[in-house]
Design a protein around this ligand. Sequence first.
Ligand code: SF4
Length: 287
Amino acid sequence: MSSDVRFTDFKSDKQPTWCPGCGDFGTMNGMMKALAETGNDPDNTFVVAGIGCSGKIGTYMHSYALHGVHGRALPVGAGVKMANPDLEVMVAGGDGDGYSIGAGHFVHAVRRNVDMSYIVMDNRIYGLTKGQASPTSREDFETATTPEGPKQPPVNPLALALASGATFIAQSFSSDALRHQEIVQKAIEHDGFGFVNVFSPCVTFNDVDTYDYFRDSLVDLADEDYDPNDREAAKERVLDADKEYMGVLYQDDESVPYGKQHGLDSNMSEVDEGAPDGATDLVREFY
Ligand code: SF4
């Protein structure tokens, strides 16, 4: 790893095709800055992306990358990290990708606690397919396919993560550049699965969950006397029906990632007689 890496080193030569003003620009900039600030460089970083507007991010970032199938980015990211623990693995996707078709993978990735970060660009709509209600759309959000709204309560990804045993839960806003970067940095530095739900507005298809809405309504936990190690306090915040929060809602400082729990934190790419160097019996049985 180079110590003089700049965030621009993480930019690829591909021009994003996101709509002008899309929140994903700010989300990606914060991710690149956080990676650079935590001492990573493109040679040790692996970005796994899902499907959707957000899923294009692996093309726009300069690193190892894989554009996964819909909802399946998390198990790929876990496999990459298990195969080569020296890599910084960042999985990225949207609310449709992560909380609908990928919801099962989300729950199990959370409870498995592999040491990687998961950045969800939550715009509360399916943007790439031209504006259908997503799992986080409001109950009364009118779209062409749900003219009276989806008529079901939205998924609460923070509560789902907490209930599944998450060791790191955070929420940020793509337009609050410094705060977003700082929160993603903490997710990267966390010893385990660092989950960040990022409000990343879709300026083309969502005229409700806008930049103004998040700017006016988000409550920053940095302005409160808040202890992210307090699980009960986190429970109150993630179930608060009246307010939405920005910051690290929960962090378990005692977190032991899956690889360390099972002796899989040495580099499996160093193959010795058909089995990975340093592998435990748990892994050897697969060879
Ligand atoms: Fe962004 Fe929405 Fe455009 Fe997709 S459709 S690029 S989410 S603004």
